[in-house]
Ligand binder design. Sequence first.
Ligand code: RFL
Ligand code: PHB
Length: 393
Amino acid sequence: MRTQVAIIGSGPAGLLLGQLLHRQGVDTVILDRASPDYILGRIRAGVIEQGFADLMAEAGVADRLAAEGERHDTVEISVDGVYHPIRLAELTGGKHVTVYGQTEITRDLLAARAAAGLPGFYGAENVTPHDMATDHPYVTFQKDGLNYRIDCDYIAGCDGSHGICRMHIPKHRIHEYERIYPFGWLGLLSNTPPVNHELIYAKHDRGFALCSKRSEMLSRYYLQIPLTDRVEDWSDARFWDELKRRIPEDAADRLVTGPALEKSIAPLRSFVSEPLQYGRMFLVGDAGHIVPPTGAKGLNLAASDVNTLYRILTKVYREGRHDLTARYSEIALRRVWNGVRFSWWMTDMLHHFVRDSIEDKIRDSELSFFLSSPERRRIIAEQYVGLPYEAVE
Ligand code: RFL
Ligand code: PHB
């Protein structure tokens, strides 16, 4: 089998890239080791930058996002129970974010790919990229006991943080930067009305908490917990009690609780692999970098990588600009490092590290400095709504 771009990974990065390239007449095949149902079962991101929403529109898959996504002009930071609104639109000249779940983004993209009849292999085993440093890369895999080989011009490694594409880059051609945080997030999804219209990022002596949502009857909450805790340690009742203690009093008073539809723990880490390419293979999204979720940047950085690669490949196929492929990593990484820094900063400012340490006192002081004037809050707002995408020329 032959295609122009073999896409490994059918998460939001792989699917969005496939859809955008399809609209430019570029052929793709998508391979994923999981099934579509499994992919849709993962509860992850919820905050979409405008650049990402615009890209979904360019891909022709933004109808439901526009109709059901909720526009947010403000985000709340609470410190020991006191609100500090960050008025995103007011501070950034009208920019905002949209609350629309990653699950729904993925559902829309999978539906569009199926409707266009584009090829994909789910439940693909032993997916392996080959000969990326030559002009004739290919991918092999097995499915239902049969062996497959896909010859292609380029390979897009969109296979997430546990993917295999990065592993196939020789060690001496890649540098990996990593920071592991000494805590995790316990997330809970429930069929209850969200406690607040705006998201609340709550810094508290007992630890960080986040109040988020998916819709008017679907809430998503997170608690900072020690890495040694297991999901079984947290009954629904214990989760709700702890959440109430960390959020502002008025929110705790109106919090509607209910049984958890899903509860899971995510460890927090910052990770970047440099460069994001090896020959004719590109790393896109979580395959090349991870951020802690506090800045809501992971999925949005995946989208900005897709934007860069899609614009480069469009110029390659339409204008013969083969010179541009060598620049993918450099362009994508500029924005990635900014997101990595902002996510690290938000995590650092809002979480509790070591009680009564000088570092925690300095963090408190730095956060109150940044919350203390519109000019300083603007610095947070501009990054939260997302920096502009860099042009590819
Ligand atoms: P994905 O979504 O992990 O998709 C990768 C796909 O590759 C497949 N795969 C393989 N296929 C074939 N062979 C192999 N060997 C393979 N290995 C893996 C997998 O089955 C999968 O289908 O990566 P992608 O597309 O790069 O998307 C990245 C996002 O999923 C991620 O950055 C976000 O979810 C991060 N994130 C958030 N991002 C935001 O922008 N805003 C948020 O509010 C936000 N909240 C979050 C988050 C991530 C979280 N967790 C659980 C890590 C909240 C949480 C709790
Ligand atoms: C979410 O709704 O899952 C969410 C929102 C904002 C974040 C992280 C996760 O910063």
